[in-house]
Write a protein that binds this ligand. Structure first.
Ligand SMILES: Cc1ncc(COP(=O)(O)O)c(C=O)c1O
Length: 381
């Protein structure tokens, strides 16, 4: 029997490949993007308490009201936008589900969706599964910013939506205020939708402000804004996220969400709601927490032959290894892992047609000792 593939081009993801290689070789794993450290104590206690109180049944499909209201208050505090939580916020099983559902909500057969390479790997398959065509534009190096002329040229009558991601995985770049204004003009003028992947919204460095779509009312009117509690609360394995969109868009989004997961796990919703209600210290401190880690890794790499590219947000750092090796990035990462004991991610799988920029991504959401040990290994190359 042979099964016809809906995603014939998709193979084992690079994250799975490198994590398996890291486990096999016992290498330090800076490949997949997840924190090494504990979730906040309060959150762990709150989820246990919710389970013990038997809050173990289905939640309303859009999410429990205390969590929706807590998100509304957080957004008001952060971005000054007063939402109607009951109509505009939907809890999802990770940002991945929110991205998938948002794409299924707006993309019809033959529609084009513009994404920017290097891109997070879930966008293109979700667009294709909706019958759409993914149009890949490359971010401009070395700053990894949008090429506006190229974007304008790519927009045509079939263009349905644009997907952005800021702070950006894998490059750590940010979209600034001027970029968001330009984007707003383009989206409004061309009656497009915008899907804004903001999962690293609370991790920006050197005093840079995250320019959420939620700060731009005309842009928000046409947008799905997506975030992840996994990134914010060091709980990537909980797969808890949410989507904020105008009521009309949320209404259609929820129709699909109910047939994908129906709802997200109740104890996690209860725990995150009480974490948000008890104050926002964790969130307010997150940028400083990760900036310290970024700086520690950069300092520990001083004197190495890697060229460190600027990182303004996220918990990733790009390293240019062109002074060390001529190997393509995938082979370089395999060599790095097998021969030198460190797992990193090559940049080329983030591109539709690959790239030969001799750049790898490392994740610095790790303990100080892990980062120092990793830097020690990298400095020897
Ligand atoms: C840019 C980006 N979007 C979405 C996700 C998925 O988030 P979640 O784990 O909440 O599904 C990730 C996770 O690595 C990511 O880096």
């Amino acid at each position: 029997m042979s099964i016809q593939s809906k995603l014939p081009q998709v193979e084992l993801s690079i994250f799975t490949e490198m994590s398996a290689l890291a486990a096999q070789t016992g290498a330090i794993n800076l490949s997949q993007g997840f924190p090494e450290f504990e979730a906040p104590q309060f959150l762990k206690q709150a989820v246990n308490q919710a389970i013990n109180q038997d809050l173990n049944q289905y939640s309303p499909s859009a999410g429990r009201s205390e969590l929706l209201n807590a998100i509304q208050m957080l957004i008001e505090k952060q971005y000054g936008l007063d939402l109607d939580a009951a109509m505009q916020v939907t809890i999802t099983s990770g940002a991945t589900e929110a991205l998938f559902v948002a794409i299924q909500t707006i993309v019809f057969s033959g529609d084009e969706v513009i994404i920017f390479d290097p891109a997070y790997d879930s966008y293109a398959p979700a667009i294709e599964m909706a019958g759409g065509k993914c149009v890949h534009l490359a971010l401009q190096q070395p700053s990894y910013q949008i090429n506006w002329q190229q974007l304008e040229n790519a927009i045509n009558s079939k263009t349905k939506a644009i997907i952005i991601n800021s702070p950006h995985n894998p490059t750590g770049s940010l979209l600034n205020q001027a970029a968001m204004q330009k984007l707003q003009d383009l989206v409004v003028e061309n009656s497009l939708y915008l899907i804004s992947d903001e999962v690293y919204e609370y991790i920006t460095f050197d005093g840079e402000r995250h320019e959420s779509v939620l700060r731009y009312p005309k842009l928000f009117a046409r947008s799905f804004v997506i975030s992840s509690f996994g990134k914010t609360f060091h709980t990537t394995g909980w797969k808890m996220g949410y989507c904020v969109a105008p009521a009309e868009l949320s209404h259609e989004f929820r129709k699909i969400h109910q047939y994908v997961t129906f709802c997200s796990p109740t104890p996690f919703q209860v725990a995150i709601a009480s974490m948000l209600q008890q104050g926002h210290d964790h969130i307010q401190n997150l940028s400083a927490f990760y900036q310290q880690k970024r700086d520690l890794l950069i300092q520990a790499l001083a004197g190495s032959r890697f060229k460190i590219l600027p990182a303004k947000g996220t918990y990733f750092l790009l390293l240019d290894y062109s002074e060390i090796s001529d190997l393509p990035d995938r082979e370089f990462c395999q060599w790095l892992c097998k021969e030198n004991g460190l797992a990193a991610i090559p940049l080329s799988p983030f591109y539709e047609k690959g790239c030969d920029s001799r750049v790898i991504r490392v994740c610095f959401a790790k303990y100080e000792a892990t980062l120092k040990q990793a830097a020690q290994l990298l400095k020897q190359l």
